[in-house]
Design a protein around this ligand. Structure first.
Ligand code: ZN
Length: 500
C-alpha cells in the first residue's frame, strides 16, 4: 500500500467538515480493585497485586466495590448526566493475554449514567459536548513486549504480562458525535480532555495522570464534504496519552483522511495508533467486521439500583466544579478573560488560591506564579505544580518583600535557592546572606562613593536633571549586589545632591 499524500490543514478544512467523538477511560483511585480486595498502587512489582478473582480462577466470585460506584456516580452528576434507577453489568467476551478471565466485566446496553454534557471554551467560543454515556468496567492487565526495537509485539522475542492492573475500576465516558467545530476541531478535542481531567480531579476520585495511564483518550475523527449531510467513515485513534497528543492526533487524522478522499480513496473504519515522534497515526486493527463480543448480563453480580436518596446525597457532596471556580476567582482576583485563560492554562488556579490563603494578596500571588515560577517551569520542561516549592513558601517570600526585608531582585534569588533544594525561604536568606541594605548610614557611604565615581552625572542632577538619577541608582544596586532598597537609594541620592 502506498502512503497517501497528506492535505495541508487549511485546504482540508476548506473542503471538509470534521466530526469528532471522544471515548475516555479513567482509572478510579480506589484503594482496592473493582471486584476483589487487591491493592491498586501504581508501579508495584509485577503480579504482586493479584488474587483468584482478578486472575479469573475457576470458582472465584466478584463483589462490587461500593466506593467505585460512588465515584462513577459523582462523575456522572458532574457531567450533568441522569443516573439510571436500575442497570446491570455485562460480560464482554474476548480472548486477549492481558484479560485473564477471557471476558471483561463491563456495561453494554444499560450504562449507569446517560445523557449529560460538558461545556468547553476555545478562543472565546463555548462548545457544548454532549455525553452519551458513562459506564463502569474493569481495567485489563498490561503486556510488555521484550526484545524488539519499538516495544510493540512485532519484532519482539517474547512478551510478559502484569496482572496488577487487571480489575482496577475503570470509568468510560463516551461523547455523542461532536459536529460543527470546523478548523477548531483539534482545539475542541484538547479543551474537552483538559476540562474533563480538571473536573474529575476536582472530584477527588482519580489522579487522572495521562502519563501513567490513569486517563486515556480514544479519539474518533471523520470527515464529510462541506455541505454534505451524511457523516463520513470514522477512524479511532487509541490510547492517546497527553493533552497535546489529543490535539495533534485530530489534526493529523484530518490531514490524512482529506488526502485519501482527495485521491479518490475511501476511509477504512479501523483503530489507529498515534506516534508522538512523527505526530502521525498508523493503521492498527480493522473494525470493518464488527467484533462479536457476545455480551450477556453478568450472572455473578446483582443489578445496580442506586437509591434516589443516595444519588441526591452524592449530588449535595460535589465540590465546587472547575467552571464555577474559574468564574469565582475571575471576579475575586479582578482578571480579564485573557488573564484568566493564562492562569488556567498554566494550571495555576489552585496554587494561587493556596498562596492567597497563606496570606498573600491576589496580585502578588499571581505575579510570582505566572511570571517567575512559570518561566522556571518552562525552562525545566515541567508543570508549575511539579516545581519543588509550596504556596506557603511563596507566601513567606512575598511577606519578606512586603516587610521591606527583600526587594524583587533578592526575592528571585530566594526562589532560585528554594527550587535548587537549599531549604526554606528563611534558610536560603540566611545561607546566602540576602538582606536589603536598609541601614541609611551604610547606604549613604556607598552612595557617596558612587557620586564620586560619576561626577558628570552627579553634576547634571545638581543642575536639576533628576531623571539622570536612574544611572546612579543602578550603580548603587550593582555595588550592593542588588541588596539595596532602590526607592530609598534614589531618595538619598537626590538628598545628597540637593535635588530633592
Ligand atoms: Zn484481586
Amino acid at each position: 500500500m502506498t502512503t497517501p499524500t497528506l492535505m495541508p490543514y487549511d485546504e482540508a478544512l476548506a473542503r471538509f467538515e470534521p466530526v469528532l467523538g471522544i471515548e475516555t477511560h479513567i482509572e478510579l483511585g480506589t484503594y482496592s480493585k473493582m471486584f476483589c480486595g487487591c491493592a491498586t498502587s501504581f508501579g508495584a512489582e509485577p503480579n504482586t497485586q493479584v488474587c483468584p478473582v482478578c486472575l479469573g480462577l475457576p470458582g472465584s466470585l466478584p463483589v462490587t466495590n461500593h466506593a467505585a460506584i460512588e465515584g462513577i456516580i459523582k462523575i456522572g452528576l458532574a457531567l450533568n448526566c441522569s443516573i439510571v434507577e436500575w442497570c446491570r453489568f455485562a460480560r464482554k467476551n474476548y480472548f486477549y493475554p492481558d484479560m485473564p478471565k477471557d471476558y471483561q466485566i463491563s456495561q453494554y446496553d444499560e450504562p449507569l449514567c446517560v445523557d449529560g454534557y460538558l461545556e468547553v471554551e476555545v478562543d472565546g467560543a463555548v462548545y457544548r459536548v454532549e455525553i452519551e454515556r458513562v459506564h463502569m468496567e474493569e481495567d485489563t492487565g498490561k503486556s510488555l513486549h521484550v526484545g524488539g526495537a519499538t516495544g510493540r509485539i512485532q519484532g519482539a522475542d517474547h512478551s510478559l504480562v502484569d496482572y496488577n492492573r487487571a480489575g482496577i475500576p475503570l470509568v468510560e465516558i463516551v461523547t455523542k458525535p461532536i459536529p460543527a467545530t470546523g478548523d477548531k476541531a483539534p482545539l475542541v478535542a484538547r479543551a474537552y480532555a483538559t476540562e474533563l481531567r480538571e473536573l474529575v480531579r476536582s472530584l477527588g476520585v482519580s489522579d487522572v495522570r495521562m502519563e501513567e495511564g490513569s486517563m486515556r483518550c480514544d479519539v474518533n475523527v471523520s470527515l464529510m464534504p462541506r455541505g454534505a449531510s451524511e457523516w463520513g467513515t470514522r477512524t479511532e485513534t487509541k490510547n492517546v496519552n497527553s493533552l497535546r497528543s489529543v490535539e495533534r492526533s485530530v489534526r493529523s487524522e484530518i490531514e490524512r483522511q482529506a488526502g485519501v478522499l482527495d485521491a479518490g480513496g475511501r476511509i477504512v473504519q479501523e483503530t489507529r495508533h498515534f506516534h508522538e515522534d512523527t505526530g502521525r497515526t498508523t493503521s492498527g486493527r480493522s473494525k470493518e467486521e464488527a467484533q462479536d463480543y457476545r455480551y450477556f448480563p453478568e450472572p455473578d453480580l446483582v443489578p445496580m439500583a442506586p437509591s434516589r436518596e443516595w444519588v441526591e446525597e452524592l449530588r449535595g457532596s460535589l465540590p465546587e466544579l472547575p467552571a464555577a471556580r474559574r468564574r469565582r476567582v475571575q471576579g475575586e482576583w479582578g482578571l480579564s478573560d485573557l488573564e484568566l485563560r493564562d492562569v488556567v492554562n498554566a494550571g495555576a488556579v489552585e496554587l494561587i488560591e493556596a498562596t492567597i490563603a497563606a496570606g498573600t494578596d491576589a496580585g502578588s500571588a499571581r505575579k510570582w506564579w505566572m511570571n517567575e515560577l512559570s518561566r522556571r517551569a518552562t525552562e525545566q520542561g515541567t508543570e508549575l505544580a511539579e516545581l519543588p516549592i509550596t504556596p506557603e513558601q511563596v507566601a513567606r517570600i512575598q511577606a519578606m518583600v512586603q516587610a521591606g526585608e527583600l526587594n524583587d531582585k533578592l526575592a528571585r534569588q530566594v526562589f532560585e535557592g528554594v527550587l535548587a533544594g537549599e531549604g526554606t525561604p528563611d534558610a536560603v536568606v540566611a545561607a546566602r546572606g540576602l538582606k536589603v541594605v536598609s541601614d541609611d548610614g551604610e547606604l549613604v557611604s556607598i552612595i557617596d562613593g558612587v557620586i564620586a565615581d560619576n561626577a558628570a552625572v552627579a553634576d547634571k542632577i545638581r543642575a536639576g536633571k533628576v531623571a539622570a538619577a536612574g544611572a546612579l541608582v543602578g550603580a548603587v544596586m550593582k555595588a550592593t549586589r542588588g541588596q539595596a532598597d532602590a526607592g530609598r537609594a534614589r531618595e538619598l541620592i537626590l538628598e545628597r545632591l540637593g535635588a530633592s
